[in-house]
Design a protein around this ligand. Structure first.
Ligand code: ATP
Length: 311
């Protein structure tokens, strides 16, 4: 596939004060977020926080109660077919056309996008290439109805990107994937982002996946975005971000610190040759995430992720 033109400077997604109420329940209470062209942004949040609601509003499948939403420069609620051809959506498990083969389905769907191709961004992707990159080449000519859950999920991804989208929405894309399929999928996201310049907004509950894929992480809790930054930048916002474990003779110790070098230097000065073991663990995205969500729920400053204990 040819490399696409470099992304423009305009944000691909701009959301201001987005609100969503179901009945009397206010699920989104003022979401502000921006996604720049070419970014991979991961939206995290507890169950029921409103991630799917937010994504569906951005996809134009759900009308918000209030707020300003621009996706690729348009309001998704009123955008037309040309806009939709530029946006990729991976929906939950493809169940239609059980007697068709993945190749035929992708051929058919790809045909709809041809009219929206441009010299810089020809559409759709070549079906053989796509079948290969989503790891479906060996199932390409099987009936869709006979595919396993994980194989079908790969087909969902292929269906979502056949039109060579500039912006791709992925709502829990790897749920049900085995470790190999998950790794293949991560490679695909990197490929789309690095080689195609595709902007990607995804949700996941797998923090390891978020850390691997995201340029930037957004945490949605209590109806709004409570944290926004790279995994490293978020970790630095949480106090006591590293854990030092050491042993002196038969005694073992643990201490949380945000200045590992100074602390370890002090340990050597104090114990020198008596140290028999030393291990440093930096706060994981999970530590950071849990501290941030806890802070938003209680309104209190994030508790140090690690507490000092001995033995
Ligand atoms: N059509 C609807 N009618 C009424 N309430 C809804 C509707 N859709 C979602 N909700 C409620 O809105 C809240 C947010 O749901 P949403 O699916 O957006 O959360 P989520 O963050 O994607 O959750 P999860 O991580 O569990 O997938 C939940 O309390 C849910 O019950």
């Amino acid at each position: 596939m040819p490399r696409s033109a470099p992304p423009s400077d305009d944000p691909v997604i701009e959301v201001r004060d987005l609100r969503m109420t179901y009945g009397t329940t206010e699920v989104l209470t003022g979401v502000d977020l921006t996604v720049d062209a070419g970014e991979v942004v991961c939206l995290l949040g507890p169950n029921g926080a409103g991630k799917t609601t937010t994504i569906e509003i951005l996809e134009g499948f759900r009308l918000p109660s209030a707020g300003e939403v621009r996706v690729l420069g348009e309001d998704p609620a009123h955008a037309g077919d040309a806009w939709r051809a530029r946006v990729g959506v991976v929906l939950q498990s493809w169940r239609d056309h059980a007697r068709w083969t993945p190749r035929r389905l992708l051929d058919q769907l790809g045909g709809y996008y041809a009219a929206y191709g441009t010299p810089e961004r020809p559409r759709p992707y070549a079906v053989d290439w796509l079948l290969e990159v989503v790891g479906m080449a060996e199932f390409a000519d099987r009936k869709i109805g006979t595919l396993s859950g994980g194989q079908r999920r790969r087909l969902d991804v292929a269906v979502g990107i056949i039109g060579r989208p500039e912006l791709l929405f992925l709502d829990e894309p790897t749920a049900g994937f085995d470790p190999q399929a998950r790794r293949d999928f991560h490679d695909l996201v990197h490929r789309l982002s690095d080689l195609e310049g595709t902007s990607i907004l995804l949700t996941t509950h797998d923090l390891d996946e978020a850390e691997k894929l995201a340029d930037r992480i957004l945490i949605l809790a209590d109806g709004r975005i409570v944290a926004d930054g790279s995994p490293d930048a978020l970790a630095r916002q949480v106090a006591g971000t590293s854990e030092v474990r050491w042993a002196c003779g038969r005694e073992r110790y643990v201490h949380g610190t945000d200045d590992v070098v100074a602390f370890v230097r002090g340990l050597f000065e104090q114990h020198g040759d008596e140290l028999t073991d030393l291990e440093v663990r930096h706060a994981s995205l999970e530590d950071t995430y849990l501290a941030m969500v806890q802070r938003s729920e209680t309104g209190a400053p994030a508790a140090p992720a690690l507490v000092e204990v001995t033995r």
